[in-house]
Design a protein around this ligand. Sequence first.
Ligand code: DX5
Ligand code: ZN
Length: 222
Amino acid sequence: MHPIIAPSILAADFANLQRDIEMINASEAEWIHVDVMDGMFVPNISFGFPVMSAVKKHAKKPLDVHLMIVDPDRYLKNFSDAGADGIIVHYEACPNLHRTVQYIKELGCRAAVALNPHTPVALLEDIIGDLDQVLIMSVNPGFGGQKFIANTYKKLHDLRELCASKGVDLLIEVDGGVDDTNIKQLAEAGANVFVAGNAVFSATDPAAMISKLKGLSTIARS
Ligand code: DX5
Ligand code: ZN
């Protein structure tokens, strides 16, 4: 499949959010990645529904909403109502993950589960058949601009093996420290959705960087 580039608005200029969303609208990015942090699951607070609704008002691309919050079930309906197309919950934040995943689907959203760097892919064995997407965190969640963790390649390999053994085909997303130096290797390791915050918004020409990331991640598959 074609790669999906999902710029993270966590790295956008919040005082110029409309401008930055319009840049994404006009770019080769497929999705807009929305990072919600609660100061509990992760040590940082980002933004909530009012900001997300403002983003939705201008966005012409689907919102990929990454919930780094404890007990996300409490807010799934609110995020769906605020315009989420896909909702990503953390494995580590959901004691009743099967129920959470079914609820996301009932809301009409793409259901995705994120794994922190220390969480083995094997723990998804009994839920993978219910998922539309898996997000492999390539940094510890909480902040943009962190250094990419190289063990991510091994986890992508494990995830591909698990998918093959279960006969499932889903979206494989990688998030954290993705840039033009590692995206090709990540695509070769099996990722097909790429979140990029700093790589895009710190570039002198963000739209050109999105295009570059897209080109580098478009690889011929045998
Ligand atoms: C980290 C977030 C990421 C972050 C990525 O907790 O989930 O989506 O915004 O930012 P970069 O690409 O700068 O690592
Ligand atoms: Zn994210």
